[in-house]
Design a binder for this molecule. Structure first.
Ligand code: F6R
Length: 255
């Protein structure tokens, strides 16, 4: 796609088709910058009549230890960027409990809740510059489940833009869906834009599968879609072929 806004529109088209086919779909929501254009474009679909009021969902991850209501907690971000913007019912998107006294129990409960909801129909993902998905940092087991992880110093530096530019304000720990958990979603939709993602994207799509680049796990999923702008796609060896596939996408395949 030419730019991040176009990538967002393409990704929103895919999500809108899933919700149209199944109004009570269970969606997995990423936070951060990558899906913002997608959620904005999806809000346009809602303005044009897409009804998302029966959708429920699960966030990918949450920081550990931020005070309740902190504006940068992912519970707050999901409330603003997803629930309010897309007209979902209050409380319809679960977020891991990063303030729980017993964090391990909170992780186990989250896995149970996803299972009880019948699993995730479509999981939206971004990718870190180091190849993480969720907060599964390099060396995360490809079979991992929802658990507490330590953010890498690089991820804390990247996310410091949400914390007054100060990496020391970024929590050290988080709860994240595991890679094994993510791979159980029925469909994966990863969105990336900008040159800072180009190396990780090339590794994800064309590199060997391995825990050192957690996003390579998408190669193991039978129904995963990667939507990129040109800058994020720049390092892909076969990018001309992928563009050709997109242009020649059979109509029966849907978005
Ligand atoms: C966010 C998440 C992360 C981000 C990734 C990219 O819920 O799980 O994997 O998707 O860190 O972040 P942005 O999109 O801010 O560049």
């Amino acid at each position: 796609m030419p730019d991040a806004a176009a990538a967002g529109r393409r990704a929103a088209e895919i999500i809108a088709a899933v919700v149209t086919a199944k109004p009570e779909a269970v969606l997995g929501f990423a936070t951060g910058s990558s899906p913002v254009a997608t959620y904005e474009a999806l809000a346009d679909h809602c303005a044009d009549g897409l009804n998302m009021s029966r959708v429920t969902g699960f966030a990918l991850d949450e920081y550990v230890g931020l005070p309740a209501g902190h504006p940068q907690s992912y519970a707050s971000v999901i409330g603003r960027d997803v629930v309010a913007r897309l007209g979902l019912r209050r409380g319809s998107v679960r977020v891991p409990d990063g303030s729980a006294e017993d964090l391990q129990a909170a992780c186990a409960a989250y896995e149970e809740e996803i299972g009880a909801a019948g699993g995730i129909d479509l999981q939206v993902l971004g990718i870190g510059g180091n190849g993480h998905i969720g907060f599964n940092e390099p060396s995360s087991s490809l079979a991992s489940r929802t658990r507490v992880k330590t953010l890498s110093p690089g991820t804390a530096a990247d996310n410091s833009r949400f914390f007054d530019g100060d990496p020391s304000q970024v929590p050290r720990h988080c709860i994240t869906q595991g890679i094994g958990t993510i791979l159980e979603a029925k469909r994966l939709l990863l969105i990336a834009s900008g040159s800072a993602k180009a190396a990780a994207v090339a590794q994800m799509v064309e590199g060997p599968i391995g825990a050192f680049c957690p996003a390579t796990a998408l190669q193991l999923h039978a129904n995963s879609t990667v939507v990129l702008d040109e800058a994020a796609a720049a390092n892909l060896l076969e990018r001309a072929y992928y563009a050709y596939v997109e242009i020649n996408r059979p109509a029966w395949q849907g978005p």
